[in-house]
Design a protein around this ligand. Structure first.
Ligand SMILES: [Zn+2]
Ligand SMILES: [Zn+2]
Length: 346
């Protein structure tokens, strides 16, 4: 099969012909029909992720059709249209048994711990626990765009952030994660403030539900601005970018008993940012992480998509071919454009 391969961290990936994958006894092989481009692929390529062994095929936001299933797979067979969360649970450990497959102790991640979906085919283990059936009306590009940023935002807003109608929600960073979070929080009845460095993204944020925007490039004190708009601070706030400044602001702009959810990745030199811990104590703030979403939580989100309350297709950006993927991946280190780029031609 054709695949995007890199042999050294930070060196240009190339298109190569590599052996087709075979399904593990509990796994499947999926013919990839769409796969999203993500900043975590860039981190992986740069060598910021210690789970990767070289040579490597990136790609973890995928949708496609099952072509082969291992002998112990009972729920899936060839021909079914599926997607999968990026954190694949083992289905057996304590966390999986308690319903928290997103933090499985033995989790695998396509495109990180194993070869990923920047290829014609990808192998996914523990299929019965992790595969999600696609609704007939959902196209593959939209399905692929859910895999990482959209589901992580859904869990961050709904399950971790516990947002309720009428609350103020601040979203720092309007890339794929941030825009997804704005759409989801706003569909739940929250009042959302979008914060970013570019007016173009803030205008788009308004179109998908933000009721207020702050341009952090031209606002000297973002925390103060959030407190003014919200009359005292946000109830829930998210760092969707993953930067010491946005992380700090997202905690500092909370009102008493507020919840901060960290979704933007903090890696390499950003791994241990400053935290206003004095405020965490005095205001009884909660600091939470959010890491993907369990396959069994997808149906709630899929129903909101089916009924039109959520429109992830609006967040799909450029569609490109596998040949264009290496250059697009290397460019992910810069600031994201609007929308999630998806490879749809293999
Ligand atoms: Zn597990
Ligand atoms: Zn991703």
């Amino acid at each position: 099969m054709k695949a995007v391969v890199f042999e050294k961290f930070g060196e240009a990936p190339t298109i190569q012909t590599v052996p087709d994958p075979k399904p593990a006894p509990e796994g499947v092989v999926i013919k990839v029909e769409a796969t999203g481009l993500c900043r975590s692929d860039w981190h992986g390529w740069m060598g910021h992720d210690d789970g990767i062994t070289l040579p490597h095929v990136p790609g973890h936001e995928l949708a496609g059709v099952v072509v082969a299933a291992g002998k112990r797979v009972t729920r899936w067979k060839a021909g079914e249209r599926v997607t999968v969360p990026f954190a694949v649970g083992c289905g057996r450990c304590f966390e999986c048994n308690s319903g928290n497959h997103q933090v499985c102790e033995h989790q695998t991640q396509p495109g990180f711990t194993a070869w990923g979906s920047f290829a014609e085919y990808v192998a996914i283990d523990h299929a019965d626990t992790n595969l999600v059936r696609l609704p007939d009306e959902m196209d593959f590009a939209t399905a692929a765009s859910l895999g990482c940023r959209f589901v992580t935002s859904f869990r961050a807003i709904v399950d971790q952030g516990r947002v309720t109608p009428g609350e103020w929600v601040a979203v720092h960073g309007c890339g794929g994660v941030g825009l997804s979070a704005i759409m989801i929080a706003s569909s739940m009845g929250a009042n959302v403030i979008a914060i970013d460095l570019t007016d173009e993204k803030l205008d788009f944020a308004k179109k998908i539900g933000a009721v207020a925007t702050i341009n952090a490039a031209t606002t000297t004190n973002v925390v103060k601005a959030v407190k003014q708009i919200t009359n005292g601070g946000a109830h829930m706030s998210m760092d969707a970018l993953g930067h010491p400044t946005t992380s700090f602001n997202s905690i500092a702009n909370l009102r008493r008993r507020g919840r901060h959810v960290q979704v933007g990745l903090m890696l390499a030199e950003h791994a241990r940012p400053q935290v206003p811990m004095d405020k965490v104590i005095a205001f009884e703030l909660e600091i939470l992480g959010s890491h993907g979403m369990q396959a069994y939580r997808y149906p709630a989100m899929m129903e909101m998509i089916r009924t039109g309350k959520l429109k992830p297709e609006l967040l799909v950006g450029k569609k490109i071919s596998l040949e264009e993927a290496p250059a697009a991946l290397m460019a992910m280190g810069g600031f994201e454009g609007i929308g999630i780029g998806v490879v749809t031609k293999f």
